[in-house]
Design a protein around this ligand. Structure first.
Ligand code: NAP
Length: 346
């Protein structure tokens, strides 16, 4: 199959720090893949909470997630493979890449008509998987998977607490928690989000509008006075102190996001009374090696094909500066559930 690759393309770029109004639809050169990279024609992409940080926290961009300007926003995509790498590809548990295949990746600049990604972080999408849902299988599902499999490995019968349980990552954490045999408690901000999280597997849902002392007592009483084995917390600053109250001795606090702001610095002695573990992971190191990415992708596709996961799509936004800006304002406004998609091309 031969595909005509244009010289230039449309991309939604961040030319300077500021609010969503700085996003610009620019005509820029189609990226040239390095030897280890492939070129992908983007069909679908999606908004992640992290996309909003350069916009909503401009004062922190140099410290929190620094990136040189201008840059093309977005990171994950479902698309069509246009070129193979110049280097030879090692054998992994995934089928080999072929031009013309539908693929997914979570490592690139995806709010664009074309993007490049390292060959080993690109997976062919098996037949029968919905391409739109494939976007929810990229950053959000890879993240939920490494959190549940590695950051704290869920065991049958564990009690876990999922913060922002109706969000993109949260809904998948609820489902995977149940899939691997845990009792899942979630926290959310509204009764509508509570109903959705419950229908995605959460056994108990607590509203963040209730007094913290009430929620702590409920979690302790649900767990026989002991507390949960692990907290998966993508909210950050606002829930950090409560996390210490709801975990049992020797538990793990997994702080993986800053939706309410980053957690403050703390002394290791804070962990001592309950002999706790705290981890602050990010996806990159879990998929840095070809077989690590391949193993997660393979397990994700197997669980999806067994019917073990459902995907909740909040809304599809147009591929324009306004569309991307709206999706970023929406995810930061706490009014969304599940995954926000952007349709780039058919
Ligand atoms: N470390 C990693 O590898 C990694 C990868 C992907 C995502 N993340 C992080 O995981 C978290 C979830 O990401 P996502 O893309 O799935 O987003 P999301 O959960 O769909 O949206 C964020 C949610 O956070 C909750 N929240 C609590 N306080 C908030 C505040 N002050 N402002 C805004 N939201 C607040 C809201 O849920 P309620 O209204 O129910 O409280 C909101 O819906 C984010 O912190 C993100 O940065 C980390």
């Amino acid at each position: 199959m031969s595909t005509q690759i244009p010289k230039t393309m449309k991309a939604v770029q961040v030319p300077k720090t500021g609010g969503p109004e700085v996003l610009t639809l620019a005509e820029i050169p189609v990226p040239t893949p390095k030897d280890h990279e492939v070129l992908i024609k983007v069909n679908w992409t999606g908004t992640n909470y992290i996309d909003t940080f350069p916009l909503t926290l401009p004062d922190q961009r140099s410290g929190l997630y620094p990136k040189p300007l201008p840059f093309t926003a977005g990171q994950d995509a479902v698309g069509t493979l246009v070129s193979l790498p110049k280097v030879s590809m090692a054998h992994t548990s995934l089928p080999p890449l072929q031009i013309g295949q539908h693929v997914l990746t979570c490592q690139g600049s995806s709010f664009a008509e074309y993007m490049v990604a390292p060959w080993w972080q690109v997976a062919p999408i098996p037949d029968g998987i919905d391409l739109k849902e494939g976007v929810a299988m990229t950053t959000t599902l890879f993240t939920a998977m490494y959190l549940i499999r590695e950051s704290y490995e869920v065991k049958k019968g564990d009690w876990i607490l999922v913060r922002a349980a109706a969000g993109g990552v949260g809904l998948l954490l609820c489902q995977l928690g149940k899939y691997f045999g845990a009792n899942v408690i979630g926290t959310v901000s509204t009764p509508e989000k509570a109903a959705l999280a419950k229908s995605n597997g959460a056994d108990h849902i607590l509203l963040t509008s209730s007094p913290s002392s009430e929620n702590v007592s409920t979690i302790l009483s649900l767990t026989g006075g002991k507390g949960v084995h692990a907290v998966y917390d993508g909210v950050g600053k606002d829930t950090w102190e409560e996390d210490f109250e709801v975990v049992r001795p020797k538990a793990t606090i997994v702080t993986f996001g800053n939706a309410s702001g980053p957690v403050p610095p703390f002394a290791p002695l804070k962990l001592s009374p309950k002999a706790l573990k705290v981890t602050r992971p990010t996806l990159g190191p879990f998929i840095a090696e070809p077989e690590d990415f391949a193993r997660y992708a393979k397990e994700i596709f197997e669980i999806v094909q067994k019917g073990g996961l459902e995907f909740s799509i909040h809304k599809v936004y147009p591929f324009s500066a306004e569309g991307v800006a709206q999706s970023q304002m929406d995810i930061a406004s706490r009014t969304t559930t599940g995954k926000l998609l952007i349709h780039v091309s058919d």
